[in-house]
Design a protein around this ligand. Structure first.
Ligand SMILES: Cc1cc2nc3c(=O)[nH]c(=O)nc-3n(C[C@H](O)[C@H](O)[C@H](O)COP(=O)(O)OP(=O)(O)OC[C@H]3O[C@@H](n4cnc5c(N)ncnc54)[C@H](O)[C@@H]3O)c2cc1C
Length: 436
């Protein structure tokens, strides 16, 4: 039993809470602890495909957008790795995705406030009004449970893979989510046919990888999406300004119905494919078809998957497809199916004791204040902050790595009751509404 009262306990150590831990490191008046169930920091390990890059500039590291002099910056990491010149000559703003993971592992290994192999199993509010939280933590190896107390909580539990119902209940070896792609590469190499579903960045990266390897392994390859095309992510300069503190402020103040409508129309700001990935794919298609070579590769937009059946001889699956614009149904054979079907917010079991305390909307989403606190149903002198599940309140930028640093500044200032990291205005050239 640990009687000490921490100012903040964090649940989960992904990039968002890791960045918070790094920015809190020099702030001695805030005593914090962060628990992560994995044995070490590991960022979307199934998608660390060689050749993939972060989709934001390196400045969106854990700390730079708040304080470039913080020792946990990417540039300081490069200095410690003796790679400053290598990155300089790379002449690119985006680091490889596996280097981002390595950089975060480097930071996590130095931050004493981050504890790994520790799963938060419950968070119980204490007092009326709520004055603190009792946090129970299970140690991975021993199974031992320890209890800690915190005045405030921050949830950084991320998202979980979302698999559409027609794809559920099949062999996980053959039908799997993009998040576990790298665990399935050997299975893919042995397959006669593979179908990739979806037209976001993950699907495109997996299709590119499978296309690259196809001449060596000989499988047929399909890429199917319900979308109207394999469209690029909107990455031009003025569109990127939607990933700014100013746009979050503007979006936050809109009525909820309007926010839901706007957000559903902004998919290409965050769901499309990076133009360089599309170029790579096109180049591979072009090269593999030289001299009229038969490729056995099919790209099909406008096609939804409505069902999946294992074939009677167990040699693979039949996908029930429909080209929705022409309302034409057809069957597609595939031995392996990879679902690049996105992620949904995680409401972890450890929150069960908080469900009564948290206010939910009629769509089952929690309400979040502008400064990232959950709205509670009874009086409380303690706060629950959140990092995820906020697209409905804070919009398209709420999952962005660069904006997470701004969020962490706001949370730290709130905890400290003063401006430790000044939140600056005037970050973009456009105004989202006219101001006198
Ligand atoms: C493949 C992929 C690539 C992405 N690339 C980019 C990009 O380039 N740029 C960008 O801006 N955004 C990107 N994103 C979006 C976003 O930045 C990431 O999803 C990011 O990982 C979110 O960070 P997080 O800390 O919220 O969650 P996560 O990284 O998901 O981490 C949450 C952690 O919480 C832990 N956890 C959960 N429950 C408990 C518990 N009860 N106790 C202890 N630990 C727990 C989990 O084990 C996990 O490690 C990407 C997303 C994906 C899926």
């Amino acid at each position: 039993m640990r009687d000490k009262l921490y100012d903040l306990i964090g649940v989960g150590v992904g990039p968002f809470n890791l960045g918070l831990a790094a920015l809190l490191d020099p702030v001695k008046e805030i005593d914090s602890l962060f628990f992560e169930q994995k044995e070490e920091f590991d960022w979307h390990p199934g998608m660390l495909i060689e050749g993939t890059r972060l989709q934001v500039p390196f400045m969106a590291d854990l700390v730079t957008m708040a304080d470039p002099t913080n020792p946990y910056s990417y540039l300081n990491y490069l200095k410690h790795q003796n790679r400053l010149y290598n990155f300089y000559f790379l002449q690119r703003l985006e680091m490889p995705r596996n280097e981002y993971n390595h950089y975060c592992q480097w930071a996590a290994s130095k931050l004493e406030s981050c504890r790994f192999g520790t799963k938060v199993v419950s968070v119980v509010p204490i007092g009326d009004p709520v004055q603190r939280y009792e946090v129970s933590v299970e140690h991975g190896e021993s199974g031992e449970i320890e209890t800690y107390f915190a005045k405030n909580i921050i949830l950084g539990v991320g998202t979980v893979p979302s698999l559409p119902s027609p794809l559920k209940g099949m062999s996980e070896e053959d039908v799997f989510h993009s998040s576990t792609f790298l665990q399935h590469t050997e299975r893919c190499k042995k397959a006669k046919s593979i179908t990739v579903i979806g037209s976001g960045q993950s699907s495109a990266e997996i299709f590119r990888e499978l296309l690259k390897e196809r001449p060596d392994y000989g499988y047929s390859l399909n890429w199917v999406t319900r979308s109207q095309g394999f469209f690029p992510m909107e990455e031009t300069r003025l569109s990127l300004e939607h990933f700014s503190p100013e746009y979050i402020d503007y979006f936050y103040d809109l009525p909820q119905d309007q926010k839901d409508e706007i957000f559903s129309g902004q998919q290409l700001l965050y769901k499309g494919i990076s133009p360089h990935t599309i170029t790579d794919i096109y180049n591979l298609l072009y090269e593999q078809s030289v001299g009229g070579k038969e490729m056995d590769v099919m790209l099909m937009p406008l096609t939804e998957i409505n069902g999946l059946k294992q074939k009677e001889d167990e040699s693979g699956y039949e996908l029930e497809c429909r080209q929705w614009q022409k309302n034409k149904s057809f069957l597609l054979d595939s031995e392996v199916v990879v679902a690049g079907t996105g992620y949904r917010p995680l409401i972890p079991d450890c929150l069960n004791d908080l469900k009564e305390l948290i206010k939910w909307d009629d769509k089952g989403r929690y309400h979040v204040t502008k400064d990232y606190q959950l709205t509670l149903s009874r009086e409380s002198t303690s706060t629950i902050f959140v990092h995820s599940g906020m697209q409905h309140t804070h919009g398209v930028g709420s999952t962005n790595l660069g904006l997470a640093v701004n969020r962490n500044k706001i949370i730290i200032n709130e905890l400290a009751g003063k401006d430790i990291y000044p939140v600056l205005e005037g970050n973009v050239f456009q105004q989202f509404e006219y101001r006198e």
